[in-house]
Write a protein that binds this ligand. Structure first.
Ligand code: FES
Length: 168
């Protein structure tokens, strides 16, 4: 995305309320994520701190700070899902997808993408489906009452192949 297009987007959102969110949403839609150089440009252009933009970008699950794979696997790390085994789901997904998550936090601030860009693994706070905990979502499809042994069959629906993706 070039500077002219960014300026065009900034001009399109003249009202102070919601202006920054609107701009970030448009960039996310057009670029697919919020690159650091674009956030730096916008911070200067909008006269706000870079940390303010990062706070917004990390607060709303719609935004990502890195490109996403073709399919996004999101594990709910909200309280209900956490106590019913979400960390074990993350551990299984790491192993099956061959990606590393150093630390699993309650609000899950990780985003990892397989080398072939087929899958990204991330987490969210709550999908509003706590009665089906633990829950995970692949793209827009929700899967409830998940146990680690169900995960390979779910991933296969989205093109996962054990020989291709499984880590050591
Ligand atoms: S805590 Fe997982 S869906 Fe609500």
């Amino acid at each position: 995305m070039d500077t002219a297009r960014l300026n065009e987007i900034v001009e399109r959102y003249p009202a102070p309320a919601g202006k920054i969110l609107g701009i970030l949403e448009q960039v996310q839609r057009e670029v697919g994520y919020l690159p650091k150089d674009i956030l730096q440009f916008l911070a200067k252009r909008l006269e706000v701190s870079l940390s303010e933009l990062y706070s917004l970008a990390t607060f709303y699950s719609f935004f990502t700070l890195a490109p996403l794979g073709e399919h996004v696997v999101t594990v709910c790390m909200g309280t209900a899902c956490h106590v019913k085994g979400a960390p074990e789901l993350v551990a299984t997904l790491k192993r099956l997808l061959g990606v590393e998550v150093d630390e699993v936090t309650r609000d899950g601030k990780f985003l990892l993408t397989t080398e072939d860009n087929h899958f990204s693994l991330t987490s969210a706070r709550c999908f509003g489906a706590c009665s089906m905990a633990p829950v995970l979502r692949v793209d827009n499809k929700i899967f409830g009452y998940i146990t680690p042994d169900r995960i390979p069959a779910i991933l296969e629906q989205f093109g996962w192949k054990e020989s291709q993706h499984r880590g050591s």
